[in-house]
Write a protein that binds this ligand. Structure first.
Ligand code: NI
Length: 257
């Protein structure tokens, strides 16, 4: 069969692609990457997103501010995100969430802007792409308190165990699986993939980051998703074709396109 891939989380606007962006995106598209969602992570990348994705008819985008970039955010920035989201190819709010990995960003401020952007997604009726690292409890507390089950979306680059996965699956969320599933030390994610129903898994690169084995440490791109699909198929004991087909359909359902 001809392979069809939906990369649900990429950062092709990153400077790591400045040298060869156009040729690379054309090449991965021809190799079977039928759709890509480019994910914003700051006000700056959000503002540029409509124009960036306009160059590629198979590319969609998001607007939103990553927890690393919340300093200096204002209410008028939220008005601007709302305005930007009116573009029909902006299909989600993200990536938003909590990141406690480095101790340098005020946790209360992170929570505040996560909550504000959750409410923005609810108002706009758009799904969310959640970034959550070393913040399992607080993320879940907010999602429960604010009825995240009414918003929908994906736990991008899922980094927690089966117990936490179950909670998000119960709320109707999809599990984002990328290169980490191929890592030798990716046992936790492998267990989550074994546990989660295939029809609730979406694939993502997070490129330029998180290249799968055998390219770990190198610049990532959507073409490498074949390695992620192979590992998911192995863990679930199904055919690679089934993984391609089901995750492709899942991504459309998740992003409502
Ligand atoms: Ni990302």
């Amino acid at each position: 069969m001809s392979v069809k891939i939906f990369d649900t989380h990429a950062h092709y606007d990153d400077e790591a692609f400045d040298e060869d962006r156009e040729e690379l995106i054309k090449a991965v598209h021809e190799a079977g990457v039928c759709k890509i969602v480019d994910i914003a992570c700051s006000m700056e990348t959000s503002k540029k997103m409509p124009e960036f994705i306009n160059d590629y008819d198979f590319m969609y985008g998001t607007v939103g501010v990553h927890p690393d970039d919340i300093y200096n955010l204002t209410d008028s920035d939220m008005d601007e995100l709302k305005e930007l989201s009116k573009n029909e190819k902006i299909i989600a709010i993200g990536e938003i969430g909590l990141d406690y990995h480095y101790d340098d960003i005020d946790k209360e401020l992170q929570k505040k802007w996560f909550e504000v952007q959750l409410e923005l997604a609810r108002e706009l009726k758009l799904p969310i792409s959640i970034h959550s690292r070393d913040a399992a409890k607080d993320t879940l507390d907010i999602m429960k308190a604010l009825h995240g089950e009414d918003i929908g979306g994906v736990m991008h680059c899922f980094g927690y165990g089966v117990e936490v996965a179950k909670q998000y699956l119960d709320m109707g969320y999809y599990i984002g699986v990328g290169g980490v599933v191929t890592f030798k030390n990716g046992r936790k994610l492998k267990e989550v993939v074994e546990y989660a129903p295939l029809d609730r898994i979406v694939i993502e690169t997070d490129c330029p980051y998180l290249s799968p084995v055998p390219f770990r440490g190198k610049r990532n791109d959507s073409g490498n998703l074949t390695y992620v699909v192979e590992e998911i198929a192995r863990l679930k004991g199904v055919d690679v074709d089934e993984v391609y087909e089901v995750t492709y359909a899942n991504a459309h359902k998740m992003y409502r396109i």
